[in-house]
Design a protein around this ligand. Sequence first.
Ligand code: CMP
Length: 139
Amino acid sequence: ATERTLSIIKPDATSRNLTGKINAKFEEAGLRIVAQKRIQLSKEQAGEFYKVHAERPFYGELCEFMASGPVVVQVLEGESAITKNREVMGATNPADADEGTIRAEFAESVGENSVHGSDAPETAAEEIAFFFSGLEIVG
Ligand code: CMP
């Protein structure tokens, strides 16, 4: 079925001017960018977005990193978009990511791993609503 998923191009990638190269990977995989904006998160906003990870040892570092520079938040649409996006991103740790994936090519470490993507339909709906109103998404 056609799905939508939330994607974030993280500060390590925006700072290295990789937005276009990453978007090309999504588009080559058949994902359509149906909403997109470049924003600066505060640490508090990053903490709210990642609150499921609040008890993890890396939570503080994660929030600081996500607020360390601009991010590009986007909605990707396509057939099985949630799974497809996760395939295009590659494994969380770039050392484990398959060749040709975004994280294999661009990520610097497990923390500075260039992109985020929703992991399931329920989280995709929640994460899209965190950043976008319905009017901002044009399929
Ligand atoms: P993301 O898909 O954005 O979701 C949570 C993030 O936590 C994850 O990608 C990683 O970038 C980040 N993170 C930082 N350190 C770790 C770690 N040691 N293990 C797993 N994820 C980590």
